[in-house]
Design a protein around this ligand. Structure first.
Ligand SMILES: C[S@@+](CC[C@H](N)C(=O)[O-])C[C@H]1O[C@@H](n2cnc3c(N)ncnc32)[C@H](O)[C@@H]1O
Length: 256
């Protein structure tokens, strides 16, 4: 990781930590504030990346946060921000839970924008293990951009075309190549790798991954662009054709 990449990652994660209005997690934060009281809870931020959300949980509630990620570079940045802001109630760790299973129990496990990056067969194994790591009544909250979303490709900002995941792969990959950029991290080294690493997650695929894990969905919210109109705020527009306007899916899981 170059010094510039490190600085860029740091600025991005710090913005996610400190600013509730920061673009890609704004809706997540509003919904988490509305649905959860994390006071005195033990939280696992699975796939915490550069730690923005872990630090946000830790400083908005009196709680204990464990942020873990398989990416060494991301955790390095997370630890740097933790030290800079003197946040004591969060611990960051590089860990692959399939190689080193969790022994601890958590009241809440969050997967913010993680599930769409993990191959579905591995996601199934991970969810089963996370289910076993819950305290009695504990819950798992999974948030992700569904594959129909205008931004699901994770490259819209670079190629300038929403829903570009529906372009033929050859054309899209050429467009990404023209606007390619290096990403901070051990695993996804540039936008092309990031795009190829997506599992095209939908609600139906996630439910399939959850089945057999001993977990059941207890709440779903599909955040649609139409929810910005106040009287329509609470409506789930996850049906054809409005499903294409859903930018983020939220699924809350609980042990059976
Ligand atoms: C798009 S980032 C999201 C980071 C953070 N949750 C956020 O919202 O800012 C996805 C993260 O998931 C991590 N990840 C992917 N597969 C993982 C796995 N099997 N175990 C732990 N972390 C994983 C990646 O390393 C990356 O940091």
């Amino acid at each position: 990781m170059t010094k510039e990449q490190f600085e860029e990652g740091l600025a991005y994660a710090e913005e996610n930590f400190l600013n509730d209005q920061a673009a890609h997690l704004k809706v997540d934060k509003a919904l988490i504030r509305q649905k959860f009281d994390l006071t005195n809870k033990r939280i696992l931020d699975f796939g915490c990346g550069m730690g923005g959300m872990s630090l946000w949980y830790a400083t908005n509630w009196l709680c204990e946060v464990h942020g873990l990620d398989i990416d060494n570079h991301h955790i390095k940045i997370a630890n740097q921000i933790k030290a800079k802001h003197l946040v004591d109630n969060v611990i960051f760790e590089v860990r692959n839970i399939l190689e080193k299973p969790l022994a601890e129990k958590y009241d809440y496990v969050f997967l913010n924008d993680v599930a769409e990056h993990i191959p579905l067969n591995i996601l199934k194994e991970i969810l089963a293990q996370l289910g076993n790591s819950l305290t009695k009544g504990g819950q798992i909250f999974v948030t992700y951009p569904p594959w129909k979303s205008p931004y699901a490709s994770h490259v819209t900002h670079a190629v300038g075309i929403p829903w570009c995941q529906y372009l033929p792969d050859g054309i899209l990959l050429k467009m990404i190549e023209k606007n390619n950029m290096v990403l901070v991290g051990d695993e996804e080294s540039d936008l092309i790798e990031a795009y190829k690493g997506l599992n095209h997650l939908t609600h139906e695929k996630l439910i399939k991954a959850v089945n057999g894990s001993g977990l059941s969905p207890v709440y779903r919210k599909s955040h649609c662009l139409l929810n910005k109109v106040k009287p329509l705020k609470e409506i789930n527009f996850n049906f054809f054709p409005l499903g294409f306007l859903v930018t983020k899916e939220f699924l809350l899981l609980q042990k059976n």
